[in-house]
Design a protein around this ligand. Structure first.
Ligand SMILES: Cc1cc2nc3c(=O)[nH]c(=O)nc-3n(C[C@H](O)[C@H](O)[C@H](O)COP(=O)(O)O)c2cc1C
Length: 371
């Protein structure tokens, strides 16, 4: 039976346990997208807190249309690449692996220093209002439908950013195909209304993610982890469900995996809940459809909950988000059966910066458990 806090192999990576830090955007990078010391302290705290692997916040991939937020870090340029080196090294020194999440903002873009133009598969305006804690204000812009050249530019961006991640010392990359950003948009009927080779039925709408997986894999080789994150819901539509039900979900997981992924990361509001009206969770559907490891995320708060999911055989790794923000040393606390602090949304007020988070930590006390 897999144990939460015992060492485990994730393909070529030896991890000290199955606890993974979920990717969380913190809008704390320099205005030009370089990572900084504040971010190093932030990631180092989770590595020292016992996580086996950290997935970084969504990091933008090119200097065209990929940036989603102001003060978002990038891996698009050599300067941005080099700025990650001290973070990667601090995390490795503290005994954790670190994966760079590669993200193209697509229609959910709120801030981009490189271009004012917003692009997406089709000219469909996302619903709702921009996220103020990421510096947004008012409704989302209606994006332009991407041209063929812009699609190829986006693919090239993912490839370049993956190479930059490898060269900065990261252990792998996670392609962000979740939460409503560009790759997710291409996979949905709602945002992808194209009639060319990038659109069509649910199978045809996998074209862009598949091309990116193959191109990234070819660029980085077999020894570098390449994963993908998938969700049904979007930042701008929490109720959205994939079309085609369980059968189409299985097809998506199997097809994406066989293009060259090392893991699939499934996120849902509650990772234990049925994916559709009833029946299996999305993690369980993924686990049944592929041979590669499944990381599950969504409303996992305690070690008991995490171990139950492992015991049920529906996933292989647990990604912890808000509970980790409240407990940077979540794995150590779980191991020592120490009490867990409760997450507080106040820490995102007025913005989700690490500065606020550190200030919040200051008022709530630093991690109680020490190794
Ligand atoms: C402040 C914040 C920023 C987030 N940024 C990202 C991101 O950059 N990439 C991503 O895939 N998910 C992002 N998420 C979603 C989390 O990874 C996770 O899916 C969500 O918090 C639910 O998991 P939890 O219940 O463990 O918190 C973010 C969540 C929060 C709270």
């Amino acid at each position: 039976m897999p144990q939460l806090l015992e060492p485990v192999q994730l393909n070529q990576l030896r991890l000290r346990n199955r606890a993974v830090l979920a990717p969380m955007t913190r809008v704390s990078a320099e205005p030009e997208g370089q990572s900084n010391e504040l971010m190093r302290d932030y990631y180092q705290a989770f590595a020292e807190g016992g996580f086996g692997m950290l997935i970084t916040e969504g990091t933008y991939t090119d200097t065209a249309y990929s940036q989603g937020y102001l003060n978002q870090p990038g891996l698009a340029t050599e300067v941005q690449r080099d700025s990650w080196v001290p973070i990667v090294s601090a995390v490795h020194q503290a005994g954790a692996a670190i994966i760079a999440q590669l993200m193209h903002g697509g229609a959910q873009t709120q801030g981009n220093i490189h271009h004012a133009r917003h692009v997406a598969p089709s000219a469909v305006q996302p619903g709702g209002r921009q996220l103020s804690f990421y510096g947004g204000d008012g409704p989302y812009a209606t994006p332009a439908e991407m041209t063929e050249a812009e699609i190829h530019e986006a693919i090239a961006g993912f490839v370049q950013a993956a190479k930059h991640a490898r060269d900065a010392g990261f252990d792998g990359v996670e392609l962000h195909g979740a939460n409503g950003y560009l790759l997710h948009e291409f996979m949905t009927a709602e945002f992808n209304q194209r009639t060319d080779r990038w659109g069509g039925d649910y199978k045809a709408r996998l074209a862009l993610p598949l091309d990116i997986i193959r191109a990234v894999r070819e660029a980085v080789g077999a020894g570098f982890v390449v994963g993908m994150r998938l969700s049904q819901s979007m930042v701008t539509d929490s109720q959205l469900k994939w079309d085609g039900g369980v059968e189409a979900a299985r097809y998506r997981f199997a097809t994406l995996a066989s293009a060259g992924l090392d893991y699939i990361h499934v996120t849902e509001g509650d990772i234990s809940a049925p994916a559709f009206e009833e029946g299996e969770s999305l993690a369980a559907i993924a686990k049944g459809a592929v041979e590669i490891p499944i990381i599950g995320n969504g409303a996992i708060g305690t070690g008991e909950q995490a171990q139950q999911l492992l015991d049920a055989g529906v996933l292989d790794f647990l990604a912890i988000g808000k509970a980790a923000l409240a407990n940077h040393d979540w794995p150590l606390r779980v191991q020592e059966k120490a009490p867990l602090s409760t997450f507080d949304y106040e820490m995102f007020s007025p913005m989700a910066t690490i500065t606020n988070e550190l200030a919040w930590r200051g008022t709530h006390g630093r991690s109680a458990v020490r190794r």
